[in-house]
Design a protein around this ligand. Structure first.
Ligand code: XIL
Length: 342
């Protein structure tokens, strides 16, 4: 009994004195997570990990159009500001996500009708009000999110329909509002989709040729244990050879991508997931240092993952912390075993 108490004491004090290795201290680049203000407020275990393990914060939802601009003449920054406050008071970087997207658009925008000029005024006002509100307080913005389809064509959206050159314009407007922010184009699933990748590279070239400020590429990295490493490596290579800053912006590694209801998250699955995290971190370490913006996980514990909530996949375990917020094998690999750069 006595020994158990002593062990427990050592374990607890080690943690509270910060002697056990923490994720954020292992790498020469920022390590982030997307976060949710309600969980930060209500859940102590969540808040503890958010505070100790990460040094960069992305709002999972609360800086998106629907959240910050619920009505044509009303902005609501309250929840985004809560996250910013958390980041600030804990000396963490805040990353802005996202100014222009086809999803999570407020009803009034979807129903808006007006001529080309009116649409342009609407989007310009949105981009600039949000970027100005957070000016100097976020290190960067995902300016445009997921603009291309798998075949490389522009995704049909209210934006492209009403403002054909909306990508270039949005970057320009964001830059005017916050000249020091690092401006990203952010997208998913370029691996195994060469036409999508090519469209992104062509867009970068086109913007650069027109002197439109684009500084970075966000690779979301919503992948799974069977994703093809060579394909992912190619995407990283092609993205980083643009010379732009690279952010792995929404990392999660699904273990049960087919949503099999009989799936068991056993040691084999955990090991495969650990190997995939290893591959991702090794690949990121291969990007030239000046181009490393960091790696951001898409939330903290498995139970918080959008794969559970948004996609309704109850047997999915894509992150580093389990349902009780205990670290999983991939976490121990990253903090203890891996020879990190720092
Ligand atoms: C997701 C959030 O995680 C969910 O909570 C929300 O319901 C839908 O959006 N790509 C992105 C993110 O850029 O903003 C998305 O986040 C996940 C896919």
């Amino acid at each position: 009994m006595k020994t158990i108490f002593i062990c427990l004491f050592i374990l607890l004090t080690q943690r509270s004195f910060g002697q056990s290795p923490l994720l954020k201290d292992q790498f020469s680049f920022p390590l982030g997570a997307s976060m949710n203000p309600r969980l930060l407020q209500e859940n102590e275990a969540y808040r503890h990990l958010a505070t100790t393990e990460f040094n960069s914060v992305t709002a999972e939802n609360h800086m998106k159009m629907m959240m910050v601009h619920p009505e044509a003449n009303r902005f609501d920054f309250s929840k985004g500001d809560e996250l910013l406050q958390f980041a600030k008071s804990n000396q963490k970087r805040m990353h802005g996500h996202t100014l222009v997207w086809h999803n999570q658009v407020p009803k009034w925008m979807n129903e808006f009708s007006g001529d080309a000029q009116a649409w342009e005024a609407l989007l310009k006002n949105h981009v600039q009000e949000v970027a100005k509100h957070y000016q100097g307080q976020v290190s960067g913005w995902d300016v445009v999110n997921e603009a291309f389809l798998d075949d490389g064509s522009l995704r049909p959206s209210i934006w492209v329909k009403n403002i054909p050159d909306y990508i270039a314009k949005s970057f320009q407007w964001a830059h005017e509002a916050d000249p020091n922010a690092i401006l990203f184009y952010n997208d998913y699933g370029q691996d195994g989709k060469p036409q999508k990748m090519k469209a992104i590279l062509d867009m970068v070239q086109d913007l650069q040729a027109r002197h439109i400020p684009i500084h970075g590429l966000g690779l979301q990295m919503h992948i799974n244990i069977s994703s093809n490493n060579a394909e992912i490596q190619r995407v990283i290579q092609q993205s980083s050879s643009t010379g732009l800053i690279i952010h792995f912006s929404e990392l999660d590694i699904a273990v049960n991508p087919k949503n099999d209801s009989t799936f068991v998250y056993n040691e084999t699955a955990k090991e495969a997931q650990k190997q995939k995290f290893k591959f991702i971190f090794d690949a990121y370490a291969g990007i030239p240092k000046p181009q490393q913006y960091g790696i951001t996980f898409w939330n903290i514990g498995d139970r918080d993952s959008w794969l559970r909530g948004y996609f309704k996949r109850p047997k999915e375990y894509p992150l580093l912390f389990d349902d009780a917020y205990a670290p999983k094998p991939a976490y121990f690999y990253l903090t203890n075993t891996r020879k990190n750069e720092k």
